[in-house]
Write a protein that binds this ligand. Structure first.
Ligand SMILES: Nc1ncnc2c1ncn2[C@@H]1O[C@H](COP(=O)(O)OS(=O)(=O)O)[C@@H](OP(=O)(O)O)[C@H]1O
Length: 203
């Protein structure tokens, strides 16, 4: 990490930190005061999104439905599949709470990041002790992309949407499998709401 001067904030983003066992101890030993931001979305949609990303790189992989189950007949879910495993947020959070107080972690709703990006970024700015510079005025909804985009990219006067790898169309998944996953995640989601004091509304 680069050295941070007075008045500067250094940020680092890596999606796998949250689910990496060694990450909390390593970050804490580097700087105990580090503020942590985690973006979480409905674990079922997250699993499908994860699968969609893998499918785009390896079109020959088995179906989502077949990867979900260890045994389709008994309905036993394969929790060793990373797409499923990552969404058990309560379990990953327990590991972070061994090294950081809950107040040092901000949980951003992936759903609200789409429906109200300025609202969620307002929370991020408050958490970081920054003035609310980024507001509603910075975003517009791009109908073609189907997502909010920036009216002006940094250092440019042109609008900017995230790239093609963000906001992909998901494949249709068997609704019975989706329901089975909803049932699987429910207790973990409830525990996560309890731990964070936030109801993300994923039911
Ligand atoms: N504004 C905007 N534009 C496009 N996409 C948006 C936006 N805000 C949030 N999202 C959601 O971000 C999801 C992709 O993020 P990733 O999971 O790939 O992020 S990361 O690589 O793990 O950091 C991506 O997931 P998919 O829809 O499954 O592609 C989006 O739903």
């Amino acid at each position: 990490m680069p050295r941070t001067l007075e008045g500067q904030i250094t940020m680092e983003k890596t999606p796998s930190y949250f689910v990496t066992k060694e990450a909390p101890a390593r970050i804490s030993s580097m700087s105990k005061g580090t503020k942590l931001i985690v973006v979480v979305r409905d674990p079922v949609t997250r699993a499908i999104s994860d699968y969609t990303q893998t499918l785009s790189k390896k079109p020959d992989i088995p179906t989502f439905e077949s990867l979900t189950f260890k045994n389709r007949t008994t309905g036993l879910i394969d929790t060793s599949w990373s797409a499923i495993q990552i969404g058990i947020y309560a379990k990953h959070l327990e590991n972070w709470l061994l090294h950081f107080p809950i107040g040092q972690i901000l949980f951003v709703s992936g759903e609200r990041l789409i429906s109200d990006p300025a609202g969620e970024l307002g929370r991020v700015q408050d958490f970081l002790g920054l003035k609310r510079i980024i507001t509603d005025k910075h975003f517009y909804f791009n109908k073609t992309k189907g997502f909010p985009c920036l009216k002006k990219a940094e250092g440019s006067s042109k609008p900017h949407c995230l790239g093609k790898t963000k906001g992909r169309t998901h494949p249709d998944i068997d609704q019975e499998v989706v329901q089975r996953l909803r049932d699987f995640y429910r207790p973990f989601n409830m525990k996560f709401y309890q731990m964070t004091g936030q109801d993300f509304g994923w039911d």
